[in-house]
Structures are given as structure tokens and as C-alpha cells.
Unconditional design. Structure first.
Length: 151
């Protein structure tokens, strides 16, 4: 099973539609769940990160293989991500991706991560990034199954 924990709700319909489309496509390959955590509206970054951390921790389980998505993480090609997910699914029943909010991810949660992945040195809006992650997970399954998909 793959879980994606995200800070913040998708507000724009086009992003909601894109996520729903990839979730529908992924049902063919895996059980997948998206958990939305309320983002904190406080300007004080430390307090916001702490409150978001407390909400996130409620959904983390000891058996999760936790992958945080952060700019400091390792950059992978789509093929490398596909190989990694294929390998991880053999050894771990629960793979959890964590997308932080506008303040990022609390340092304590970063320490809990089994792995840190970066999609780019660029900064993306966290709502848009959810679509990017879902698309790359979908692409990974297409690669693993030798199915055609746009390159």
C-alpha cells in the first residue's frame, strides 16, 4: 500500500481533477490513500511546523517506510524511482510519502524518514506537487509493467 500524507487541502478544481484521475489510474496497480492534514495559518514558522508535525504524527505507523519529499533529498530519474518503488514494495507493506506545507517539514519528521527524495532544486507549490508525485508513481508502475506511457 502507498500512502501520501499532505499538508494542506487542494483548493483548485483542476488540481483536484488531476489528482482524482491519477488515483483512478493507480487503482489498477496498487492500493493508494491520500491523507490531507490541515495546514497551519500562523505566521510563526516554528509554531506552524510544530502543530503540523503533531497532526502528521497521528498518521505515521511504526511499519511505515517513510519517504519525505524535500529539496535536500536525492534526485532520481523516473526509471530510478520506478526501480526503487518496485524494490521497496517487496520489503515493505506500507510506503508513506510525506509532502510538507508552505513552511516545509518539521526537522523531527525529517529525522524519522527512511529516505529523502527531491524532484528538483526548484520549489513547487505543495498543492501542485501532489499531482507531480501521483503522476510519477503512476509512471513508475507503467515502467515496472513494461506498458507504454509518454516519455
Amino acid at each position: 500500500m502507498i500512502r501520501i500524507i499532505c499538508v494542506g487541502k487542494l483548493k483548485e478544481k483542476y488540481l483536484q481533477d488531476a489528482c482524482q484521475e491519477y488515483l483512478k489510474r493507480l487503482q489498477k496497480y496498487t492500493k493508494i490513500e491520500v491523507i490531507e492534514i490541515m495546514d497551519e495559518k500562523i505566521d510563526e514558522e516554528k509554531i506552524a511546523l510544530q502543530k503540523e508535525k503533531e497532526r502528521i504524527e497521528k498518521y505515521l505507523r511504526p511499519k511505515d517506510y517513510l519517504i519525505t519529499l524535500e529539496i535536500e533529498g536525492q534526485m532520481l530519474s523516473s526509471t530510478e524511482l520506478s526501480e526503487k518503488l518496485d524494490h521497496l514494495r517487496i520489503e515493505n507493506s506500507e510506503i508513506t510519502f510525506l509532502i510538507g506545507g508552505s513552511c516545509g517539514i518539521h526537522p523531527d519528521l525529517k529525522k524519522l524518514a527512511n529516505e529523502k527524495i527531491s524532484f528538483s532544486k526548484l520549489t513547487f507549490p505543495h498543492q501542485l506537487f501532489r499531482v507531480l508525485l501521483l503522476e510519477q508513481i503512476y509512471r513508475s508502475f507503467k515502467i515496472q509493467n513494461n506498458e507504454r506511457y509518454h516519455k
